[in-house]
Design a binder for this molecule. Structure first.
Ligand code: TXA
Ligand code: MG
Length: 313
């Protein structure tokens, strides 16, 4: 494909990004969670190229991004529960999985043959501007090679995908730093992936607890064991580094890098992938990670850390 264009995050960059999407080409796009690898969700060719650029197994379905919640009805059977959650959390780091409706027009490759689709309205102003300028549904998994650490800066995107995508538009660092929370609404509301919106906030809006996914690989294939994995081995709940290791800390402590010295989980989420990228360099045998409280955003942080530490397939 040749060179990856670096687009500025201004009006010119937005117009160019939308134009590339209209031509069925691939751009990396900042969202408030992580950078996404975006392509026209109606184009089989564009979506096939997303899978190819990521080296992603084709059974793993993609999230479709929309500029506006009202457009969701073009693609899915919308429900009162979906409306409630959209009112509360869109635009923002929440993805809803809903039944596809007839005539949806999405590429079958987006859903990997499921009868549901994952939808999200991102909050990042640049993402929204590009989505509005393009005017259609955009498929966007995280903009990293499959199984590796998700990107929260343009430099991360380029390190993994330079030459494999047509362009990247620069939106600086991602605020949330963790992927969206995924809630399945095809049946009883179910937490499919912890993420940027803590589950208890969703449960407060629903007025009922979410079902927890049984960990069935088919309902959320991206939730397979080894994922978000740096090259170095990751060891969890460490209080100090063993020889050859670096220590990723949390709260006041002596360490190589700290997710949040003040023990703030929002700050820790925003730093997680960036710090893993920073520590994941040649010559480092392992990354030891301090314990993170399993509450609020800590649930999603621990989910990503467990996957990063899982045995590699
Ligand atoms: O924050 C995010 O969600 C980022 C940004 C770019 O929006 N995107 C992202 O996409 O994390 P990706 O492709 O890396 O993760 C998509 C997840 C996967 O775990 C996939 O299995 C699940 O969504 N998924 C997609 N469609 C689904 C469906 N119909 N049913 C259940 N899970 C689905
Ligand atoms: Mg991903």
């Amino acid at each position: 494909m040749g060179k990856t264009e670096l687009l500025p995050g201004d009006e010119g960059g937005i117009v160019r990004a939308a134009e590339l999407l209209s031509e069925g080409r691939l751009i990396a796009l900042p969202t408030e969670t992580v950078y996404g690898l975006a392509g026209d969700a109606r184009s089989d060719r564009a979506v096939a190229r997303i899978y190819e650029a990521k080296g992603r197994p084709s059974f793993n379905p993609l999230i479709v991004h929309l500029p506006d919640a009202r457009l969701a009805r073009d693609f899915v059977t919308w429900t009162d529960t979906a409306q409630k959650l959209a009112d509360a959390f869109w635009p923002g780091p929440l993805t809803l999985v809903l039944p596809l409706r007839a005539g949806h027009g999405l590429s079958a490759l987006v859903t990997a043959g499921l009868d549901t689709v994952a939808l999200r309205v991102p909050a990042h102003p640049l993402a929204r501007a590009v989505l509005r300028a393009f005017g259609g549904p955009v498929a966007a998994p995280s903009a990293n090679p499959s199984g590796r650490i998700s990107p929260t800066t343009v430099a991360h995107v380029m390190a993994g995908l330079d030459g494999r995508i047509d362009a990247v538009i620069d939106g600086g660092d991602c605020d949330v730093g963790l992927e969206s929370t995924i809630v399945g609404l095809a049946g009883v509301p179910t937490l499919l992936r912890p993420g940027g919106v803590p589950a208890d906030r969703i449960e407060a809006v629903l007025g009922a607890p979410l079902e927890r996914d049984a960990g069935d690989a088919i309902t959320a294939p991206g939730q397979l064991a080894s994922h978000y994995a740096p090259g170095a081995r990751v060891r969890l709940n460490a209080t100090q580094a063993d020889p050859g290791e670096v220590l990723l800390g949390f709260g006041p402590m002596a360490c190589d890098l700290n997710l949040s010295e003040t023990g703030d989980l929002v700050e820790a989420a925003a730093n997680l992938f960036r710090h893993l990228h920073t520590l994941d360099r040649p010559g480092i045998a392992g990354i030891a990670v301090a314990p993170i409280p399993d509450t609020g955003l800590g649930v999603a942080i621990n989910d990503r850390l467990r996957r990063a530490a899982a045995p590699r397939g």
